[in-house]
Design a protein around this ligand. Structure first.
Ligand code: FAD
Length: 1369
């Protein structure tokens, strides 16, 4: 591009016809052509070569086209087409210098280029200057003729030609005036026009239609330069405002806006080159299309880059933008206005269509932002609605009104907001968003409504619960004839109140009547259901209630004063009254009587149970038992709470259990009668009468008589020792009296009998059966127990034991006998013949064994063999306050047998009828439902078996203060939710059941035997099974019987019947069962052979996988005495740790003189003694000194932390072949790192409890630091594990050094390893194991519930397996 002399020019098309695109673009920028809109003009010049065209242009327009150098000859100067901007002419005028038409260089062949350039000139220019020599005018061979011809010809090729101004510039004019020249020239032109062939449409079209013809003449530049310049100056004036109306330019029909000029020129040249017709209007549209598109794209891009828009878009994605619509509309408007401004000169149709497209694109671009905005509006409005709605409800506004008002207000808020977000350029519909908001609001209202309704329902249900539960319980407790009418009245009254209040509360909801009625009906049903549930619950504990009522009426007189059995009372009548009152209770509880209607239950019961003879006669002499039915005549099954047959069984149990009280009373009365007999004996009266007073007195003073007095004294002293009177009273007055009253008479008899035997023995000194040898044979070493086989009752320090002649019927268990009473000796000739054979022999009358035996005896003959004695009169077992005494009692006839695992932890196993339930802490809680599932148990049967246990022996605990403090602290530190009193295993904190009743009396598995069929059950106590005997003649070894040892050390055998389903079931507990299998020849071969046990089945898994849940305790001293409590509350965490607690010291203050040995729970109280004094020797010394300790030293309690499902396992192996000795047991506590980790987590949790407000408020201890408590706990600890100095610094070390056991050990006979899923021992026939030894995990937080349940469950399973429907399930 040439920019010299202030002019700007470019070589537009070169000599080869190439269009210089870059050149023109730069040129346009330089001259700012795009800004001119339509205000510009294009001039071109044509003419013969070397006719001075460039010179003319340079003078005329101030351009700088290269002129011909006169000295270089007439060689061509302009090749192709040049373009320049005219200098100083307004409007902007572009001028094109076209290559000369007759140039020598191009020759004739180049006419094509001449034509093309001429056509281009005509198409693009408003004014075409035709340079011509003056002397050519009127000449036939004028140089311009071909040019003009060409011009006219190509003009025809313009599809719709524009009117162009043809200005003929006559150069070097002669003297001939222009007036003369012009007509000639015009004539020439006309001739040429006429001679040009035209398309038919233009055949008659005059030249003026296409051209304005102008003629100017200029003097010769070379000869008359001054004149030439003057004329040129004059001509130049004509080019000013050439495009104004009447100006020089043509009609400008095809003019394109300046910004499209470059593109338009390119396209025109392209079409010309392709030799196509040039349709200028279409071309104009095409240029407009391209340019408008370009402008639109450019505006679109600049919109995207617009900072304001970008910020708006970014902000609206995260939050609503106030004035969104206004802001965005204005940005859009600016963009579109810019488009409009730039595209304004282009074809309108094209322009507006491109505008619409641009608008559409812009709308698409901004729509998401708009949607965001609406989204914010919707969610914001919804949130505000919720808040306002809540506030409205809280302020007491009626529900329906609040919902309506808030909805209306916030929908209008949304409408306002959406109007504000609207964009002027768009016509978007926000109704979908609005609808969604409406739906959301409606849904929220509905949700709140149902929540409020259910809250209201719960409130009124709770009110009903509160209003009904207590009174109903009280009514049932004092059950009499008025109970059900009173309940009905109470129910109706409370329902009326609740319904009235509830209706009032519902009025705000404006619901339709039908719905309201349904809700109220549900409330009424709830109330009735509540009564029903209460009635069922009470029916479940009717036996306890009956016993309570009996003992209240029996032991208290009409003034509620305790009776003293003086001898005047009519015990028979009192018993009858107390029984009939209890029977009344039973009759009230037997049916659910919420609807009016009489029944005869009371009458039936009374006739059948109180007056059986009359009862039979009312049955018209037939012997039909009115209670041998499972339904009452007038009562439908749905309303039966206790069936007749259940009543009968309950009555039997009730009578059995109250019998003891009656016999005690009779004994007391007799004793009292004897004591009150103050008169001298008859012989003394006779002597007095015969001898007279003085003689009698003399006789009395006789020394011989004094001797007699001395003998009497010795006798009393002997009784004092024999009865162990101080020992009996150490557990309190009541148990002492109870125990003494049973022992007194038999002991006297015993003494007398001994004296008689002594006398006889001396008389017959022959070698007879020596009782002391028999006593020695009894390997428990209970020599004092059986020091005389003929004695009926002997006493031990631990309670009362009954000899072979003891009759357990008085406890309601006629089937219990001493083992020695069993008739078959072990030496019987063959296992196959003789003696009674049983369908089932159960080894171990423990937690699982008792319910199992009771259940199986319903249909089959059962022999239950238990190595221990009975719990019924054992005060250590019966009273919670003596919990620790059994554990501490290491004597051979203790209910608990101590063992120490090789890990160094003291442990205990039960040795008594009732098993673990007789010595445990009583906490009762079920297994989780996932445990039941994992065990593969039938959930329905499980859910029937648990209640079977619960209604017989489980009680709701009276929550002790320590347990309450733990409960509240657990909740405070987040072990939640609170699940209340429940047997279920649920995460959070709960209170579980207990087998201790509210008087602290323990109810054991042995009591479940009351449900047994006495006809089919034989139960031997003190029967220690030595081994199971197998028949090995078949394919598989087959269990056929057992050998057991009685209390005298004699061996017996018991036979299994030959029926193929008969089975021996081992229920000897997690230590006893694997031990017995090993002793019977089932176990790892090498281990068995070590003890010369003949191998029945080589099974390496027997005794393997033994596991015990480690227990770590934190001792917490208190500043005041704490009430005794065993476990009642538990925290079930998700980290696999259970938190429980125990507190207080059960015995009376003087009992601390008693030595409980190393395993004593009270040893923990040592922590209150300064640590330095707590060496091993100090402990021994302490035991001696502790009698002098103040009682306050025994204050405080423990927080217990138990790990669920320990992964550490160990094993059980025999140490010898004596079944009475403990095998070696190893648990490998904390050998798995995960167990240790959980222990540490648990201790941390415990620390939180210690620091919790509730706990510190309760303990009121001197804000001890946790480290101090840990230190106390280390020192309070009772195990044989060496302690470390960092015990209180490292929780890991603390866990390892101080753990004890919570006695939940299990395993040894795992399912899948030793027994199959049906608990049958793998590899042998007719043998099962059913107890805690089969568990891989201990169930629930504490296992007894599930072991008890398992006994019942498996009993039922076996019955169903064997009998199907006939099992009666
Ligand atoms: C001190 C202590 C406190 C506990 N506290 C709780 C608690 O609060 N809550 C809870 O849920 N669980 C508690 N448990 C655990 C629970 O009591 C036991 O897991 C459960 O009783 C075990 O039942 P079992 O049937 O497997 O064995 P056991 O109940 O021990 O029954 C086995 C029976 O077999 C007898 N026997 C053994 N060998 C022979 C033989 N060779 N011949 C004849 N008879 C034999 C035994 O004398 C015993 O009676 C506690 C346990 C103990 C020891």
């Amino acid at each position: 591009m040439d920019k010299s002399d202030g002019c700007c020019s470019t070589h537009l098309i070169d000599g080869d016809g190439n269009f210089n695109v870059d050149g023109i673009e730069n040129f346009m920028k330089e001259v700012k052509l795009a800004e001119c809109g339509l205000s510009y003009a294009v001039v071109s010049i044509m003419g013969p070569q070397s006719s001075g065209k460039s010179t003319l242009l340079n003078y005329l327009f101030g351009t700088n086209f290269r002129e011909m150098d006169a000295f270089k000859g007439r060689s061509q100067t302009t090749k192709g087409i040049w373009m320049a901007r005219c200098v100083g002419i307004e409007p902007c005028t572009l001028v094109m210098d076209l290559e000369g038409t007759d140039g020598r260089e191009r020759g004739e062949d180049d006419t094509a280029f001449e034509k093309q350039s001429s056509l281009f000139g005509l198409a693009v220019s408003d004014i075409v200057l035709i340079n011509m020599w003056c002397h050519d005018i009127g000449r036939e061979q004028a140089a311009n003729k071909p040019l003009l011809k060409t011009v006219f010809q190509v003009m025809m090729r313009l599809f719709s030609p524009r009117k162009t101004t043809l200005m003929f510039v006559i150069r070097d004019k002669t003297r001939t005036p222009l007036e003369n020249l012009e007509p000639v020239l015009r004539e020439d032109i006309q001739k040429i026009w006429d001679g040009v062939p035209k398309p038919q449409a233009h055949e008659d079209t005059p030249l003026s239609e296409f051209f304005n013809v102008e003629v100017v003449a200029l003097s010769s530049f070379e000869e008359k330069e001054e004149q030439f310049k003057e004329q040129v100056e004059g001509l130049r004036q004509r080019f000013f405002h050439s495009i104004a109306p009447g100006g020089l330019a043509g009609d400008r029909r095809a003019v394109v806006p300046a910004s499209g000029f470059s593109f338009s020129a390119q396209q025109i040249w392209k079409i010309i080159k392709e030799n196509k017709d040039l349709d200028l209007p279409a071309h104009k549209v095409m240029v407009a299309t391209v340019r408008c598109e370009e402008i639109a794209n450019e505006k679109f891009s600049s919109f995207i880059a617009n900072e304001e828009w970008r910020q708006l878009e970014e902000t609206v994605q995260s939050q609503p933008v106030p004035g969104f619509g206004r802001k965005l509309s204005s940005i859009l408007d600016a963009c579109l206005s810019e488009y409009d401004a730039e595209a304004t000169y282009f074809d309108e149709g094209v322009r507006s269509s491109k505008r619409s497209q641009l608008e559409e694109k812009l709308m698409q671009l901004v729509q998401p932002a708009y949607q965001f905005m609406l989204g914010h509006l919707r969610s914001g409005t919804l949130d505000k609605f919720k808040e306002a709605f809540d506030n409205a409800l809280n302020s007491g506004k009626g529900f329906a009104v609040a919902a309506h008002d808030c909805t209306e207000y916030f929908m209008s808020q949304f409408d306002e907001g959406s109007a504000d977000a609207e964009i002027d350029q768009a016509n978007w519909d926000c109704s979908r968003v609005r609808d969604k908001l409406q739906r959301d609001i409606d849904a929220h209202v509905a949700a709140v409504s149902s929540a409020k309704l259910s809250e209201l329902t719960t409130t009124y249900e709770t009110k009903l619960n509160e209003a009904l539960s207590g009174p109903i319980e009280a009514l049932f407790e004092g059950a009499n004839s008025d109970t059900w009418p009173a309940i009905r009245k109470l129910l109706q009254h409370e329902i009326e109140i609740a319904v009235a209040e509830f209706s009032g509360a519902l009025s705000g909801f404006e619901m339709d009547e039908e719905v309201k009625d349904k809700i109220l009906l549900r409330l009424k049903e709830h109330a009735r259901g509540l009564v029903e549930a209460k009635a069922k619950e009470e029916a479940g504990r009717v036996l306890i209630r009956m016993k309570d009522r009996f003992s209240t009426l029996f032991s208290q007189d009409s003034d509620s004063m305790p009776r003293v059995w003086t001898g005047k009372e009519d015990i028979r009548a009192i018993t009858k009254t107390a029984r009939s009152a209890s029977l009344k209770l039973l009759s009230v509880m037997a049916a659910y009587r919420l609807d009016d209607g009489a029944d005869t239950i009371e009458n039936t019961l009374s006739l059948a149970l109180m007056d059986p003879k009359n009862g039979a006669s009312t049955n018209k002499g037939t012997s039909v038992d009115p209670l041998a039915s499972s339904s009452w005549a007038e009562v439908p099954a749905s309303k039966t709470l206790i069936t007749p047959v259940q009543c009968k069984s309950l009555w039997r149990q009730f009578k059995g259990e109250t019998e003891y009280t009656v016999t005690q009373a009779i004994a007391a009365q007799e004793a009292s009668k004897r004591n009150n007999n103050w008169l001298p004996p008859p012989w003394a009266i006779v002597a007095l009468f015969i001898l007279g007073f003085n003689e009698f007195m003399t006789l009395l003073r006789n020394p011989l008589y004094l001797g007699v007095i001395f003998v009497g004294f010795l006798l009393v002293k002997a009784l004092w020792v024999q009865l162990d009177i101080p020992g009996e009273f150490r557990n309190g007055a009541l148990p002492g009296l109870l125990s003494l009253s049973t022992k007194f008479l038999p002991t006297i008899m015993n003494l007398l009998r001994k004296l008689a035997e002594e006398g006889q023995g001396r008389a017959n000194p022959g070698p007879q059966h020596n009782p002391s040898v028999a006593a020695k044979k009894f390997e428990n070493g209970a020599s004092d127990l059986s020091s005389s086989t003929s004695s009926e009752v002997t006493s031990s320090r631990n309670g009362t034991e009954y000899s072979s002649k003891e009759n357990y019927s008085k406890y309601g268990y006629p089937f219990i006998k001493q083992a020695s009473s069993f008739s078959s000796p072990a030496e019987a000739p063959a296992w196959g013949g003789g003696g009674k054979a049983y369908d089932y022999i159960i080894i171990g009358g423990g937690t699982a064994g008792c319910p199992l035996a009771a259940t199986l005896s319903e249909k089959f003959s059962v022999l239950l063999l238990e190595r221990g004695g009975t719990p019924f009169a054992n005060v250590n077992v019966s009273f919670m306050q003596n919990f620790h005494i059994s554990l501490a009692d290491t004597s051979p006839n203790s209910a608990s047998q101590v063992f120490i695992s090789t890990d160094g932890v003291f442990n205990s196993r039960a040795r008594i009828l009732g098993g673990g339930t007789c010595i445990n802490a009583g906490f009762y809680t079920r297994a989780s439902s996932s445990y039941i599932k994992r065990a593969g148990w039938d959930a329905k049967l499980v859910n029937e078996s648990y209640p079977w246990i619960e209604k017989q022996i489980v009680h709701r605990p009276k929550l002790g203060p320590w347990q309450k403090a733990l409960r509240d602290s657990l909740l405070e530190i987040g072990v939640s939710p609170y699940n209340g009193y429940t047997y279920d295993h649920l995460y959070g904190t709960k209170v579980g059941g207990t087998i201790f009743d509210r008087f602290g009396r323990r109810h054991t598995a042995a009591e479940l035997l009351a449900s047994a069929n006495p006809e089919k059950l034989d139960l031997l106590v003190h029967a220690t099974v030595q081994k199971i005997v197998f028949d090995e003649t078949g394919k598989k070894p087959r269990a056929i019987g057992v050998i057991f040892k009685d209390e005298k050390g004699m061996l017996h055998r018991a036979l299994l019947s030959n029926k193929y389903r008969s089975e021996i079931i081992v229920s000897s507990g997690a230590i006893g069962s694997p031990q017995l299998l090993l002793l019977s020849g089932i176990g790892p071969k090498a281990d068995l052979e070590k003890f010369n046990i003949s191998v029945i089945l080589d099974n390496e898994f027997v005794g393997k996988g033994m596991s015990d849940n480690p227990l770590n305790t934190i001792y917490v001293p208190t500043s005041r005495p704490v009430k005794q409590s065993l476990i009642q509350t538990v925290g079930i965490t998700k980290m696999g740790v259970y938190i429980e607690a125990s507190s207080g010291f059960g015995q009376s203050s003087d009992s601390i003189h008693w030595d409980h040995g190393l395993v004593s729970a009270e040893i923990g109280q040592l922590s209150t003694i300064p640590p330095k004094q707590r060496t091993h020797d100090a402990i021994q010394a302490y035991k001696k000194r502790k009698g002098n300790l103040p009682h306050e030293a025994f204050m405080g309690g423990f927080i217990l932390e138990k790990i669920a499902r320990p992964l550490s396992t160990g094993q059980l192996i025999l140490l010898n072949t004596n079944v009475d000795d403990n095998p070696s047991v190893t648990f490998n506590y904390f050998s798995h790192p995960y167990d240790l980790q959980r222990c540490v987590d648990g201790i941390r949790l415990t620390e939180k409890i210690l620091r919790s407000k509730h706990f510190t408020n309760y303990t009121k201890c001197n804000n001890e630091t946790v480290e101090k408590l840990l230190n106390m706990s280390v020192n309070a600890n009772v195990n044989l594990i060496p302690k470390h100095t960092n015990d209180t610094k490292s929780l890991e070390q603390f866990c390892k050094d101080t753990h004890i056991t919570i006695w939940h050990y299990h395993g040894g006979c795992h399912v899948g390893k030793v027994v199959g899923p049906d608990y049958r021992v793998l590899g042998v026939d007719r043998l099962r194991v059913i107890d805690g030894s089969t568990f891989s995990d201990s169930p629930g937080t504490n296992p007894q519930a599930t072991v008890l349940m398992m006994g019942r469950y498996m009993g039922m399973k076996i019955l169903i397996e064997r009998l199907g429907r006939a099992a009666g399930v």
